[in-house]
Write a protein that binds this ligand. Structure first.
Ligand code: HEC
Length: 134
């Protein structure tokens, strides 16, 4: 009986631990994303995140991701932006991938909004790494 309980706990922890890691690490990334956009701010608010944006987000036809942290994480996941981790779409557009210039926040290259600095990209990279299978 003890062995059965132990093995159940082992498999349950395999199933549960990635979900817990996702929820924890995203706090820091969401803190940056939910900053305002434009000016000298690196956030995605207004364009992708705002009060009233539908949750769960539609998969196509809109750039709106949602209004809450959980809704945004769900949207990024279902749209596949996190697939590939450090090489995935989210990493690419923010400038984490060598050789690919950042293209989000949109208009940051025109001086409205600011691309993520190295500290912010490190936070993103650490979180994306934590999503990968051990
Ligand atoms: C000023 C508005 C604006 C801001 C601010 C902005 N975006 Fe975007 N974003 C867009 C638009 C419009 C598109 C769709 C067109 C495109 O891909 O260029 C888009 C597309 C994307 C995509 C999908 C790319 C693809 O290839 O499918 C991602 C991922 C993304 N943005 C991430 C971000 C992140 C992360 C931030 C904040 C750090 C951000 N964006 C800030 C307007 C914005």
């Amino acid at each position: 009986m003890r062995a059965i309980v132990a093995s159940f706990a082992f498999f349950a922890s395999l199933l549960l631990s990635p979900a817990i890691a996702v929820a924890d690490g995203f706090d820091d990334v969401f803190a940056i994303m939910s900053l305002p956009s434009g000016g000298d701010s690196p956030g995605c608010s207004g364009c992708h995140i705002a009060k009233g944006f539908a949750e769960p987000c539609p998969l196509f036809g809109t750039t709106q991701w949602g209004e809450t942290q959980d809704g945004v994480l769900d949207c990024l996941t279902r749209r596949g932006y996190l697939d590939g981790g450090r090489d995935g779409t989210l990493a690419q557009v923010l400038g984490l991938v060598d050789g690919l210039p950042p293209r989000m926040p949109r208009f940051a290259d025109l001086g409205d909004g600011r691309f993520w600095n190295q500290d912010e990209l490190d936070v993103l990279g650490a979180w994306l790494d934590s999503l990968a299978c051990p």
